[in-house]
Design a protein around this ligand. Structure first.
Ligand code: G3P
Length: 216
């Protein structure tokens, strides 16, 4: 399963990429707004770091024509841009047009398997179920990811599942076990995965013991 960073914070993009932890970056309007920088400049900087993987950027329009216009403009910025379109009826119209033109599209804010199926049929390359936000309302987000996986496998659908709104390392390992293609997550979750107090304690112990080894 591939790991993407769900952030537009340049320092975190660089750190996660240099660690070999990520092979793509996802953003949304809320993530962009946290950086207090012009969108075009920020996106250009991210695509200059992530040259060998996808960078997801979302449209803002809610009508198909507007989404198509924005989607074309985003896709023209860099060959590795994936255009995020919200899972609404007008969005599906935009997906059909953009996908036919060769634009790579992710249908996002998915909260049901039915939405994912329609997105795949419309031509989406990725679907993004929001795992954590389902947990937030007392449902099981992992169950949704598993249901989409089951349907796509049963139907031979090649659209990739990029699980979003991932909140902790157990989400990540469970998503990997069920064969989800990608999990996108905040930098904090990547660092939670990369660190373990037992490992730190063991490394510390090795260094302390090494001090007892005669040096001459
Ligand atoms: O990329 C969108 C999604 O990951 C949002 O996550 O934590 O705001 O629910 P969150």
């Amino acid at each position: 399963m591939k790991i993407f960073l769900d952030s537009a914070h340049i320092e975190d993009v660089k750190k996660a990429y240099d660690m070999g932890a990520i092979s793509g970056v996802t953003t949304n309007p809320s993530i962009i707004s946290r950086e207090n920088r012009k969108f075009d400049e920020l996106l250009a900087e991210i695509t200059s770091i992530i040259t060998d993987g996808p960078v997801f950027a979302e449209v803002l329009a809610l009508d198909a024509e507007g989404m198509i216009r924005e989607g074309r403009a985003l896709a023209a910025k860099s060959p590795n841009i994936v255009v995020k379109i919200p899972s609404i009826p007008e969005g599906l119209k935009a997906v059909k047009t953009l996908a036919a033109e060769g634009v790579t599209v992710c249908v996002t804010v998915i909260f049901s398997a039915a939405q994912a199926l329609l997105a795949a049929n419309a031509g989406a390359s990725y679907v993004a179920p929001f795992v954590g936000r389902l947990d937030d309302i007392g449902e099981n987000g992992l169950d949704l990811a598993a249901e989409i996986r089951e349907i796509f496998d049963a139907q031979g659908i090649e659209t990739k599942i990029v699980a979003a709104s991932v909140r902790h390392p157990v989400h990540v390992t469970e998503l990997a076990k069920m064969g989800v293609d990608v999990a996108t997550m905040p930098f904090k979750v990547i660092m939670q995965m990369a660190t373990n107090p037992n490992t730190a304690r063991a490394v510390d112990g090795f260094l302390k013991d090494w001090e007892k080894v005669p040096k001459e």
